[in-house]
Design a protein around this ligand. Structure first.
Ligand SMILES: Nc1ncnc2c1ncn2[C@@H]1O[C@H](COP(=O)(O)OP(=O)(O)O)[C@@H](O)[C@H]1O
Ligand SMILES: [Mg+2]
Length: 285
């Protein structure tokens, strides 16, 4: 991947949107894990649900936060009809803690988003800051918060990603997905928020292919940005994913032995280790 090809698909129009707040002013939680991608449709929402489910199966208290207000679909993938959602919080009608619901089947909690609402990115920064503070407060009640973010690097994504102790950046081996992932890292790096970006290669046809995809991205990051985002893991392409989404049942409940389910469980173990390390180093520093 060349720098030019890496920058074209997202870089141009997004680089102008410099963050209004420096990342140092963001209060950093140690147990918020953001799930992001440059491009949509790479499996962020499916992965976020499965990661939340896997962490819950490990005995952790988990909150899944649907931070993609424009294309929110955690509730759709799980067949939920939430009575309250993030929109109530954003409109100032309810506190974030009041819109949490328990997803009994998966034994984890959810803050639902709402599809088709004005994007979170259109929020005035004050409201966004308020939401972030509420999220930090709520996060202290959990072992882990998994935040499914919108695609791209808009203000909300940057804020949530900077709040998180780590961001899992999902890419596939598609060139557009890769270049958009690179652009995410590049712009995030410029905004000082990419220190803790970990790559997840999704829909990989094999471990070898996933490694190739990761190395392509890594090389571009090392050559042009002088950073080396680590690999969090890979997830194989698996027809059980579509099947379980269609049945609105998490893959770890319906097909727990599916390749893709096992791959996410591996990533969940690593994520939990990283969360523990983050909280340890925060306690020391
Ligand atoms: N590992 C996988 N194997 C096969 N299909 C997948 C996999 N991950 C995601 N998908 C497919 O990608 C589609 C988009 O997933 P979604 O979670 O909605 O993406 P995003 O939130 O990034 O837009 C899903 O409907 C699913 O069919
Ligand atoms: Mg999504």
């Amino acid at each position: 991947m060349t720098e030019k090809s890496a920058s074209t698909s997202m870089g141009n129009n997004m680089s102008e949107k410099a963050p209004q707040t420096g990342s140092t002013s963001f209060k950093r939680g140690t147990n918020v894990v953001a799930v992001a991608s440059g491009k949509g449709g790479v499996g962020k929402t499916w992965f976020s649900i499965t990661l939340a489910n896997a962490l819950s199966n490990m005995g952790k208290k988990v909150l899944l936060f649907d931070g993609d207000l424009g294309l929110a679909n955690v509730d759709v993938q799980l067949g939920l009809m939430p009575k309250r959602d993030l929109n109530d919080v954003i409109r100032g009608r309810l506190g974030l803690d009041k819109v949490i619901q328990t997803y009994e089947e998966g034994n984890f909690d959810i803050v639902a988003g709402r599809s088709g609402q004005a994007s979170l990115s259109a929020l005035p920064s004050q409201r966004l800051a308020l939401l972030r503070d509420q999220l930090m407060d709520v996060a202290s009640e959990y072992d882990v918060v998994v935040a499914d973010l919108g695609a791209g690097v808009d203000r909300t994504v940057r804020m949530l990603s900077a709040t998180a102790s780590q961001t899992l950046l999902i890419t596939t081996d598609e060139p557009t997905s890769l270049t958009d992932a690179y652009a995410f890292i590049k712009l995030g790096n410029a905004a000082g928020m990419s220190k803790n970006v970990n790559i997840v290669v999704n829909m990989a046809s094999s471990v070898r292919e996933a490694e190739k995809t990761y190395k392509t991205l890594l090389k571009a990051c090392e050559n042009f940005l002088k950073i080396s985002p680590p690999l969090a893991g890979m997830i194989r392409v698996d027809k059980k994913v579509k099947e379980t989404i269609r049945s609105q049942t998490p893959i770890l409940i319906r097909s727990p032995n599916a390749d893709a389910a096992l791959d996410v469980e591996k990533i969940a173990k690593k994520v939990w280790n990283d969360v523990q390390n983050a909280s340890r180093s925060k306690a020391q520093g």
